[in-house]
Ligand binder design. Structure first.
Ligand code: GLC
Length: 511
C-alpha cells in the first residue's frame, strides 16, 4: 500500500507578505513566490503552505478575510494564483493554502449584512448575545493579544454583543448554523477545484463553542479563550470538512492548527482517522534546548499522537519567535534541523529558517502587528544588494539582522552554510524510507544527548543530537555506522568516529 504524499513530506511555510516581492511595493506577492520556486525545488521541499492571500483589510495581515474566493490586489490576482499552482506542480511541489474558518473580517459582506439589523439574512451567521443590565460582557472569555479585553464587543446598531476570540475586526462565525457550514464547505471546493492539494486550517479547535458560554476557569486567566476553547461539537465539524476533501481524488489533506498546549488534546482531533490528517502540536515549539525536555516531548508524541494518526513537527512559524532566535546560536539551529527532519512525522519548515535567519529587531515605530509578532515576519533577504532583490530598500518591515551577509545568495554560494545542511538533510530524508516513513525508537544515550533509530524494512538510520556545549562520546552507540549528514558538514561518507561536538547532530547510515 502506498502511503499518502503528506506523510513523508517536508512542507515549507510561506508568509506571502514577507517572502518575495515582484513589483517593488515592499510587500511580497504571488508572482514573487512564483519567482522563487526554483529555490524551493533546489532545496528539495515537497510542498508549500501559503499563509492567507485573500482579500482582507489586513487588521490581522490577512487572517481577517473579507472574500474567501479572491486574491487581495496587494498579492496579485486569481490568475497569478493559478500560474503559481501550475508552476509548483510542474516542479513536483504540492500547494496547500491557509483557510480561516473561525472568523471573517468585519468587512466581509456576511458580517456587514449581519450587523445591519436583528432580522438580517446573515444575522445568525455570527454569535450574538443581548446587552445586559449591568453592561458586563456575556462571560469572562479573554481576547487574544489584548489580554485585559473581553471577547465581546457591543454593536451599536442593534445593541447586542458579538463574539470575537481575536480582534473586534474578526467576528467569529456561528458554526452551529448549517448555512455557515455549507458556505464554508463551498469555499473549500472553490480552491480544491483550482487544484490545491490541501489546507492549513486556522484555529480549527475553536469552531465548536459552548452554547451556554460557560466561563473559563478563573485560575487560567488571562489565557485567551482561543487557546482554551475545546468543545465536543468541533469533532463533527472537522469530520464534515474531511468529507469535503474526500470528494476529491489525490489525497487532499488538512492540517489543523490546534492551539491547545496539551498533546493528548491535540491527538483527539485526529479523531481515530475521521478528523484531521495532521495537527500542529505546539508544546515542542515551546520546549527549551534540553535533551531531557525534548526526550519527554518525543515520548509524548509517540504515546499520544502516533496511535491516533501521523505526527507533525514544527519549530518556527509566523506567530512565534524563530527557533534560531529562541535557541540563540546557529549551531543549535543546525542541530534543530536534524531533530525536526529526523523525527517520525511530517516536518513544517518556516521560510528563511534554511538561511539561519534571526528575527528582525523592530523599532517601536515600525511595530505593526496587534500581536507583536513582527520579528519573525521580517522580509527574506534574497541577495546581498541593498534591496535584497525586493526592488525597494525599505519593505513593510525592517530586514532581519546581518542581511548583507546572511541572505539567500550568500548562503547558497557557500557550501558550508546552513542552507546546504538543510538541502543535504532533505535529500537524505527523501532517499531513505526509514527517515521519511519509518518506525522510531529512542535509545539510551549519554546525558545531554538525544539518540534514536529509524527503520523501514532493511533501511535503517541512527540519529543523535548533542544538546550540550561540551563534546560527548556516543560510545557503543556509534559502532558500525557511517556519517551520512553532520551539522558541521565534515567527514560525511566516512565511518563515524563516535564523538559529537558541542550542539552537533548527525544522521548515521549502517556501515
Ligand atoms: C492563527 C494564525 C495567526 C492569526 C490567528 C487568527 O493563530 O496563525 O496568525 O492571527 O490565527 O486568525
Amino acid at each position: 500500500m502506498t502511503e499518502p504524499w503528506w506523510k513523508s513530506s517536508v512542507v515549507y511555510q510561506i508568509y506571502p507578505r514577507s517572502f518575495a516581492d515582484s513589483n517593488g511595493d515592499g510587500v511580497g506577492d504571488l508572482q514573487g513566490i512564483r519567482g522563487r520556486l526554483d529555490h524551493l525545488a533546489w532545496l528539495g521541499v515537497d510542498a508549500i503552505w501559503l499563509s492567507p492571500f485573500y482579500r482582507s483589510p489586513m487588521a490581522d495581515f490577512g487572517y481577517d478575510v473579507s472574500d474567501y474566493c479572491d486574491v487581495d490586489p496587494l498579492f496579485g490576482t486569481l490568475a497569478d494564483f493559478d500560474e503559481l499552482v501550475a508552476d509548483a506542480h510542474a516542479l513536483g511541489i504540492r500547494v496547500i493554502i491557509d483557510w480561516v474558518p473561525n472568523h471573517t473580517s468585519d468587512q466581509h459582506p456576511w458580517f456587514i449584512d449581519a450587523r445591519s439589523s436583528l432580522s438580517a439574512e446573515h444575522r445568525d451567521w455570527y454569535v450574538w448575545r443581548d446587552q445586559t443590565t449591568d453592561g458586563a460582557p456575556p462571560n469572562n472569555w479573554v481576547q487574544t493579544w489584548t489580554e485585559d479585553q473581553p471577547t465581546w464587543t457591543i454593536d451599536p446598531t442593534t445593541d447586542q454583543w458579538y463574539l470575537h476570540l481575536f480582534l473586534p475586526q474578526q467576528p467569529d462565525l456561528n458554526w452551529r448554523n448549517p448555512q455557515v457550514v455549507a458556505a464554508m464547505h463551498d469555499v473549500l471546493r472553490f480552491w480544491l477545484d483550482r487544484g490545491v492539494d490541501g489546507f492549513r486550517m486556522d484555529v480549527l479547535h475553536a469552531l465548536g463553542k459552548d452554547t451556554d458560554l460557560v466561563d473559563d476557569p478563573p485560575e487560567l486567566l488571562p489565557i485567551p479563550h482561543s487557546a482554551l476553547n475545546h468543545h465536543p461539537s468541533t469533532y463533527e465539524l472537522v469530520q464534515g470538512l474531511r468529507s469535503v476533501l474526500e470528494e476529491y481524488d489525490g489525497d487532499r489533506m488538512m492540517v489543523g492548527e490546534i492551539f491547545l498546549l496539551d498533546t493528548a488534546l491535540v491527538a483527539s482531533y485526529y479523531d481515530g482517522g475521521q478528523g484531521v490528517h495532521l495537527a500542529f502540536n505546539f508544546p515542542p515549539l515551546y520546549t527549551p534546548w534540553d535533551a531531557g525536555l525534548w526526550r519527554h516531548r518525543v515520548e509524548e508524541v509517540a504515546r499520544e499522537i502516533d496511535p491516533q494518526g501521523w505526527p507533525s513537527w514544527v519549530l518556527s512559524n509566523h506567530d512565534q519567535p524563530r527557533h534560531r532566535t529562541r535557541y540563540g546560536t546557529e549551531a543549535r539551529a543546525r542541530a534543530a534541523a536534524v531533530l525536526m527532519l529526523g523525527l517520525r512525522g511530517t516536518a513544517f519548515l518556516y521560510a528563511g529558517e534554511e538561511f539561519g535567519l534571526e528575527d528582525g529587531v523592530i523599532p517601536a515605530n515600525r511595530v505593526v502587528d496587534p500581536g507583536g509578532r513582527d520579528g519573525c515576519r521580517a522580509p527574506i533577504p534574497w541577495t546581498a544588494a541593498s534591496d535584497h532583490d525586493w526592488g525597494t530598500d525599505d519593505p513593510w518591515l525592517p530586514w532581519p539582522p546581518d542581511a548583507a551577509s546572511r541572505n539567500g545568495e550568500v548562503a547558497r554560494a557557500d557550501e558550508t552554510s546552513i542552507v546546504h545542511l538543510y538541502r543535504r538533510l532533505l535529500a537524505e530524508r527523501r532517499a531513505s524510507a526509514a527517515l521519511h516513513i519509518g518506525s522510531q525508537e529512542l535509545l539510551d544515550a549519554p546525558a545531554g544527548v538525544l539518540a534514536w533509530d529509524r527503520a523501514d524494512g532493511t533501511d535503517r538510520r541512527r540519529l543523535a543530537v548533542n544538546f550540550t556545549s561540551e563534546p560527548v562520546s556516543l560510545g557503543s552507540l556509534a559502532t558500525g555506522w557511517l556519517l551520512a549528514v553532520s551539522t558541521d558538514g565534515l567527514g560525511e561518507g566516512s565511518p563515524f568516529g563516535g564523538e559529537l561536538g558541542p550542539d552537533q547532530a548527525v544522521v548515521l547510515r549502517p556501515a
